[in-house]
Design a protein around this ligand. Sequence first.
Ligand SMILES: [Zn+2]
Length: 390
Amino acid sequence: MASELKQSEANALGEYFAGREGELLSFVRALVEIESPSGDLEGNAAAVSLLAEAARNLGVDTEVTLESDRVYGAHLRIRAFGGRDADAAATLILGHTDTVHPRGSIDARPWREEDGRIYAPGIFDMKANCALALESLRACATLGLRPKNPVVILLTCDEEVGSQSGRALVEAEARRAAHVLVFEPSAPGGRAKTARKGTSSYTVRATGRAAHAGLDPEKGASAILEIARQIERLHTLGDAARGVTVNAGVVSGGTRANVVAAEARTEVDVRFSTMDDALRTEETILNLRPFDERVRLSVEGGINRPPLERSAAVVALYEHARRVASILEFELGETSVGGASDGNFAAAVGATVLDGLGIEGDGAHAAHEHINRGDIARRGALLAGLLVTL
Ligand SMILES: [Zn+2]
């Protein structure tokens, strides 16, 4: 059972994080100045080794392990406060060390602070949050506040490209976790994310028959016309009220304007709020029938990330976080979003997940990516407050 955060503990945490802000920000700066776009092995190794070294010097008994992946680098796992005991249900903090920003971004858009905002590529999504997660362990140790559960911090290195390698680790840690706190960027206003849509992707291919468009068009069967009709049909599968969207985002085909096209294809992204909707939509897409019987259709693809549904357990975890925030004198809102994260994989194996707990800011994946300085200390205090009360 979750307990209440005492006002004296809240005050101590608030003071602790305010006092550590300078050092924390120099660490964040070092971390963002090491560029680590997904798949950049050198950048990943440097970022992970900086974090691993910091994790070993928190004044907390930690076990730091790297799980190497040949394509993306290493996933970093930090166990503390009894996190080595594989039988004890832990509080799992999820994050990632990869960014979407290619090398050179930091030279084009260096660290800068303006009007209380700190700008740098990858700072909001989510290197400042990686640093804050480590700092929360140090805060607990320094103030003598023992987390109720063992703590595991898992920072994957391929989240931005779909977690092909990190997924199994996320699932394994989530299965044994009492709660999962995902330090992905918060929504505008610093709101937590209590629901995330799931994602599927499909490629629909049409194979028709080529013919001269002028001499004997009737001998041809246009794959492009077929794909165009299928796209119209696919878009009717969307249902805004249920949170289902279907988008044919890529289309290609044909060879020349005067040839009836023999080949065409489209790539389709589907988002959904429930697994039922995911399966129902998938059933339809996998069984698409051609409008023109002379054209052959084939469909590949499937469900990638299952949805994070706003279950009663998720709401209870959010309500608890909101109470801790209010003791720390700020308002923690909630929202649901269309984008998916590793939180989706954690939820799919049955864990109770609260996502979007990261420092307030804006511009994830964009040129104006930044965090708000004024939110750093209270976010840190919130995280530490959650560790000691959950
Ligand atoms: Zn992220």
